[in-house]
Design a binder for this molecule. Structure first.
Ligand SMILES: Nc1ncnc2c1ncn2[C@@H]1O[C@H](COP(=O)(O)OP(=O)(O)OP(=O)(O)O)[C@@H](O)[C@H]1O
Length: 686
């Protein structure tokens, strides 16, 4: 058998990318740049498999993807490919690929390894965005900024500014000028705030998301340390490179200054994360960061979509102001033109999608092969209700995170407090779950713990909140039992839940549903080797499927995918519906709408459209009810089709109005206005 039989299914450019460098030795740097559906991820998976087949040591391969889900999908693909040549040996090799994950996840792991060398306590806990905002708020309050006469930026804004300075490696003055001009007057106070925020984190031994990259990058400024970490890996590979930021690219360059062993993959037309300071420049500047420059391999054939869908998506992205990757071609059949479906309102939009999804299922397309995409998580509200009404199971990605639910946060705060008694945000949250413990008494205990050398031991001697009584004693016992590690992991989480349950029942009316979530959390916990790993991984990459209305489907069941466009990255479905393809939704209401932001919205629409293989529906509701204006309100606003599909592009679409006039009874809806009332109104004044 051909030793590299898996190469046969690839086109010449893909093959060149996969076998770049020839064998398992680290090769000069390479950039694989190409449009949607051209097989980038597939090529990267083949490259990893190829290296394994050629004898590369899987423990010395660092593979960074955008989410943990993407990493595990990639690993499954690698195994399938390698199996063709290595047989069962592929499983063993793939199991040893233990450096696959997100930048943040890998950062957290390396920082624990390097902790002693960089003066960090390896038992640090990680704050998610909400915890970080809470701590920012605490500091902001302590500095007296919350009482300023002119309104000081909110905790969320402060955190965003801080995060952007860190991730974009930009001085605060530049960040304020470019992105937060209304906060310019506060530059000095913000600097002071950020200084104190950093001190608070250090005192409490917590790191926030940004710190994981920042500490990693800082550690890599030390040449010896960078060389040491770089030498741990023969190959460093990054998928979705267009969505990395400056800090990430500086880490990469520090690890592999000459680029040997580096492979990065991306598509500038799909860059959609600039709010995290991701910069498309990373991918464009990559080749010239090395001497000689990195090899660039472009892929030009799209394997995913029919010609009609690809044609429409290409036409949309063609109107972009700036672009580097070329239009793709496909040899797939033409297929039906994507449909632009005019519906009266969001309720009709939901009904249309539900009916069409069922029709598709009748015709043989399972629910799992269909997805409904939307720009903002709340856009799917009416659809979720409609699906529930019709008993169509669904799973939603990118919405309210499971971990954002108050009760899940409570239990996690308890575990975090056990892990790191100096973590104030967790301590503050968990103590106040008990009746009779308010902010002041919690604060007193926290101060006491902060002074003591061993926080856990100190809890027993802390000033017990006077009104907490028995509850306090039970709390101290629970913490001590959990810290002793007696029950072991994951049994500990059950112990934690037993402590929490009476409080849950007291605090929440719908305790039963919430208990089910906690049981689910316990199940998730079973998949992790230790409390520390569980807390770290969960914070970094939370499970984001919520389906509270429909009930969590079992994996072998069929269910429809609902997803924000951001979370749909890298995926594909046979049939795709994009909701609310109107101005105000895509592009989202941007106020003044800076040009760059508008361009990013255009790329989002491109990403959404290019997820479809065989059929694509773009939904255009004509009016939206607006909320919060009047309690009786039938207030609505009229929406216009997105500006990204101007009249000149209509030839790429099939237009349709739904329901048909006859079905809709007395209210016909047509594809275009029969009389242009707005023009008439304007005419009145001419
Ligand atoms: N050489 C090939 N022959 C047949 N099918 C291919 C080939 N390369 C890729 N594909 C298929 O094309 C589809 C898209 O591939 P993949 O997801 O790797 O593309 P991508 O470039 O990463 O896409 P995107 O950036 O849009 O997420 C997949 O279904 C994949 O199996």
């Amino acid at each position: 058998m051909n030793a590299h039989v898996y190469l046969d299914s690839l086109n010449p450019a893909q093959r060149r990318a996969v076998s770049h460098g020839g064998d398992a030795a680290p090769a000069p740097p390479v950039l694989i740049i190409a449009g949607a559906g051209s097989g980038k991820t597939n090529t990267l998976a083949h490259r990893v498999a190829h290296l394994l087949v050629c004898g590369a040591d899987p423990r010395r391969i660092l593979l960074m993807t955008f989410s943990r889900r993407a990493a595990s999908e990639m690993i499954r693909r690698v195994e399938r490919i390698a199996r063709k040549v290595m047989g069962d040996g592929a499983g063993v090799a793939v199991d040893a690929l233990n450096w696959a994950g997100t930048f943040h996840g890998v950062g957290a792991r390396l920082l624990r390894d390097l902790a002693e060398q960089i003066g960090l306590d390896p038992a640090f806990t990680i704050h998610d965005r909400e915890d970080a905002a809470d701590l920012m708020n605490l500091v902001r309050h302590e500095l007296g900024f919350s009482k300023t006469e002119a309104r000081f930026p909110t905790k969320g804004t402060c955190l965003s500014i801080y995060s952007r300075c860190v991730n974009a490696e930009q001085p605060i003055e530049d960040v304020l000028r470019l992105s937060y001009p209304w906060c310019i007057a506060w530059a000095e106070e913000l600097k002071q705030l950020f200084g104190s925020y950093v001190e608070a984190k250090q005192q409490q031994n917590v790191l926030d998301y940004d710190d994981l990259l920042l500490y990693w990058a800082q550690a890599m400024c030390d040449g010896d340390l960078a060389a040491d970490v770089g030498a741990r890996f023969d190959h460093v590979m990054v998928d979705e490179y267009q969505d990395t930021n400056r800090l990430q690219s500086s880490i990469l360059l520090a690890l592999k200054p000459d680029g040997r062993g580096l492979t990065v993959v991306g598509d500038d037309a799909q860059s959609i994360y600039s709010f995290r300071a991701a910069t498309v420049r990373n991918i464009l500047d990559f080749p010239l960061a090395f001497s000689p420059p990195a090899e660039v391999i472009t892929l030009e054939q799209n394997y995913r979509s029919t010609q009609a869908i690809l044609g429409a998506a290409n036409a949309v992205i063609d109107l972009a102001a700036e672009r580097f990757t070329k239009n793709l071609w496909t040899d797939r059949a033409t297929g039906a033109a994507p449909e632009l479906v005019n519906v009266r309102d969001e309720a009709d939009q939901a009904r249309f999608i539900a009916e069409q999804v069922l029709e598709n299922r009748e015709a043989g397309t399972t629910l799992k092969q269909q997805a409904v995409l939307f720009r903002a998580s709340h856009h799917s509200g009416p659809l979720e209700i409609e699906l529930t009404r019709r008993n169509i199971p669904f799973v939603k990605f990118g919405g309210l995170k499971f971990l954002d639910a108050a009760h899940v946060k409570d239990l996690l705060a308890l575990l975090r407090f056990v892990e790191n008694p100096r973590d104030r945000v967790s301590a503050f949250r968990v103590m106040q779950l008990m009746p009779g413990v308010g902010p002041t008494s919690a604060q007193r205990v926290i101060e006491h713990l902060a002074q003591a050398p061993d926080g856990a031991e100190a809890l027993r001697h802390a000033p017990a909140p006077a009104r907490a009584g028995e509850d306090w004693i039970a709390f101290v016992e629970a913490i001590e039992a959990l810290r002793s590690g007696m029950s072991g992991w994951p049994a500990e989480i059950e112990r934690a839940r037993l402590w929490y349950e009476p409080h849950l029942e007291r605090i929440h009316e719908d305790a039963t549903t919430r208990q089910a979530d906690l049981l689910q959390l316990e199940q998730i916990a079973g998949g992790y080797p230790s409390r520390e790993r569980f807390l770290t991984e969960l914070t970094l990459d939370p499970p984001d499927a919520t389906s509270d209305q429909a009930g969590v489907p079992h994996l072998d069941e069929d269910y429809l995918i609902l997803s924000t466009i951001h979370s749909a990255k890298g995926q594909e479905w046979k049939s795709v519906f994009v909701m609310n393809v109107v101005d105000g939704c895509i592009p989202i209401d941007l106020g003044a709408g800076a040009k760059d932001e508008i361009e990013e919205e255009r790329r989002l629409l491109y990403v959404a459209m290019t997820r479809a293989k065989d059929d694509l529906h773009l939904m255009v509701p004509q009016r939206f009810f607006t909320h919060g204006q009047s309690s009786t309100g039938d207030r609505h606003v009229y929406a216009a089709r997105t500006r990204f599909i101007p009249n000149t592009l209509l030839k790429h679409f099939q237009r349709r109005a739904w329901p048909l006039a006859a079905q809709a009874g007395s209210r016909p809806v047509s594809a275009g206005p029969k009389i242009d009332v707005r023009a008439k109104m304007r005419g009145m004044w001419r």
